[in-house]
Ligand binder design. Sequence first.
Ligand code: COS
Length: 379
Amino acid sequence: MDFNLTEEQLLIKQAAKDFAQNELLPGVIERDELQKFPKNEVQKMGELGFLGMMVDPKYGGSGLDTLSYVLVMEELSKIDASASVIVSVNNSLVCWGLETYGNEEQKEKYLTKLASGQIIGAFCLSEPEAGSDATSQKTTAIDQGDHYLLNGTKNWITNGGTADVYLVIAQTDKEKKHRGINVLILEKGTDGFEIGPKENKLGIRGSDTHSLLFNDVIVPKKNRIGEDGFGFKFAMKTLAGGRIGIAAQALGIAAGAYELALKYSKQRKAFGTEISNHQAIAFKLADMHTQIEAARYLVYKAACDKDKGHDYDLSGAMAKLYASKVAMETTVEAVQVHGGNGFVKEYHVERLMRDAKITQIYEGTSEIQKIVISRSILK
Ligand code: COS
């Protein structure tokens, strides 16, 4: 095992760190408060190549490895998890899915714009009654010869209002259960496709989460990705990679909170000395540092598995399960280290604590990760 990053990876990590400090940090509290989508920042991330990091340059991507992507996710998430989830969904779920399983025409039409950040995408699997139980799709895509007729509702869709391209998972043949599910590329503005109101969320409030409504939407058959009935496998494969991105997001949130707590503990004085000199605080920092380092190795290992062509379902699930737990625990402790100031928005740790929670929920709850892990070790 080589724990050293390459020169290129170090440069990319630094570029993301600089971007987060200079471009994301200044408006992050306001965006959180007002639930404001980071439009300009997303455009700049596109220019930096962060929105199609692993995509082949011939389709407008940066042609980098998964480890580089994880490093960027980590640095962005230290400052702004709302911005990083946009990066994660566009890279892992939309671009990766299209590049891996789309045909040449689909890649040329959609991937090039998505990877270069000219437009962003959304991944639409969850429904009011199908989140963890993803095979129970109620949205239907009825085969009408040269097109599908799409009807139903999707819930909690990241980039729901701002995306231009939506990958929609829907049931075509109920009899065939999960083998009768398809994934369709849907363009914004198609007749019958309506975007529901924006969700008012606990965390990642700068990201744009909506329900989507489909009422007799006509989707050309050429917009189906893969063979008939491939949609559920598509969702599972893309989510397996997506979980590495969210694990990196959780890692970044934890590391960001830890760095703030460390700095604060060396400045704040109580009982005549900096609070870092009190073991009650120093031990918290020791626990945070150890857990973050352990999470980091799991996340990097999952990314390396993907880069080496090894199976990453198990390592990705473990990375997400553990990193999201560390994110939650570390951010709670970081607020505690800050005391009263931790409860105040200007100190950032309360936002990181709120942002951490979603990493235990989306792209597969912690309980789902335990299903994936236990099935893998018991099979
Ligand atoms: N890669 C490829 N195929 C996979 C897969 C993976 N990682 N995981 C499951 N599948 C396939 C199975 O092989 C099976 O297909 P076949 O019958 O053709 O072999 C099919 O998917 C159904 O699998 P399974 O029988 O295991 O389905 P279950 O209903 O038991 O559910 C879980 C499997 C729980 C793992 C799945 O539903 C899941 O991941 N749910 C969470 C979804 C999620 O992350 N939701 C959040 C939405 S995005 S914010």
